[in-house]
Design a protein around this ligand. Structure first.
Ligand SMILES: Nc1ncnc2c1ncn2[C@@H]1O[C@H](COP(=O)(O)OP(=O)(O)OP(=O)(O)O)[C@@H](O)[C@H]1O
Length: 229
């Protein structure tokens, strides 16, 4: 479970997140929607433990991420908006490098093989990362985020660079992953998430303006277009 409890974030005197709270459970795919600058990446960075909130706390299965970051980060897979890949590495080399952070040597090859298959880059893994298409770079980023089989998957603008066919395949994968994990998936586009989301969060100007289930889709859609014109 992720519990975001009254978090605010300021940069200097500018408060960019205002008292945000929500809870997500295993088996949910939560769409995190909002216009540019709403604060989605900032919130995701706080949940992933990359930056700290100015006020409030994030509990992962009841534990404060700031109190035991090493242990709690083992449960989190994160693909940031600007997918930080090592472009000069080969795909397989990069995934083995990422796996070494979490896994014993004896498990690395098998896990990397599984991830290459899971994200469907069997025809790409012998290439250098800089030579991949944007969509395939996103797949490598997703494989990196999944390498340690985390319970929580945080995906910031995963669909960047995906063509419609790749997008459809990626959505199938997210639905599958969401059955056994918590997936928090940010986007600017309602149609990007409408097939996968069981939970919607809408952020506008640093405030959470909607937190509800997929059953409320007509109202979510109206709200989304109100804030993201
Ligand atoms: N390191 C920083 N220093 C100062 N301001 C920042 C910093 N990081 C983010 N901000 C500001 O915080 C606000 C929220 O930014 P954030 O990137 O979280 O929004 P976002 O919803 O992810 O936007 P986008 O969809 O365009 O990526 C913006 O006003 C941004 O300029």
């Amino acid at each position: 479970m992720i519990e975001v409890c009254n978090i605010s974030k300021s940069y200097g005197k500018l408060e960019v997140l205002h008292d945000i709270s929500f809870t997500l459970h295993k088996g949910e795919v939560a769409a995190f929607l909002g216009p540019n600058g709403a604060g989605k990446s900032t919130t995701m960075n706080i949940i992933a433990g990359v930056i700290s909130a100015t006020k409030g706390q994030v509990l992962i299965n009841g534990e404060d991420i700031q109190e035991n970051p090493q242990k709690i980060k083992q449960n989190i897979g994160y693909l940031p908006e600007y997918n930080p890949l090592y472009e000069d590495m080969y795909v397989r080399e990069y995934l083995e490098y990422a796996a070494r952070i979490y896994l014993p040597k004896s498990e690395i090859k098998q896990r990397v093989d599984k991830m290459i298959q899971t994200v469907n880059i069997e025809s790409e893994y012998r290439k250098k990362i800089h030579s991949l298409s944007n969509g395939n770079k996103q797949r490598v980023g997703l494989a990196q985020a999944l390498i340690h089989d985390p319970h929580i998957l945080i995906l910031d603008e995963l669909s960047n660079g995906l063509d419609p066919n790749q997008h459809a395949k990626m959505m199938e994968l997210i639905i599958d992953l969401g059955k056994s994990k918590i997936v928090l998936y940010s986007s600017h586009r309602f149609d990007d998430v409408s097939e996968i989301a069981s939970h919607y969060l809408i952020l506008n100007k640093g405030s959470l303006v909607f937190d509800g289930k997929a059953d409320d889709v007509p109202s979510v859609k109206d709200l989304f277009y109100t804030y993201c014109k």
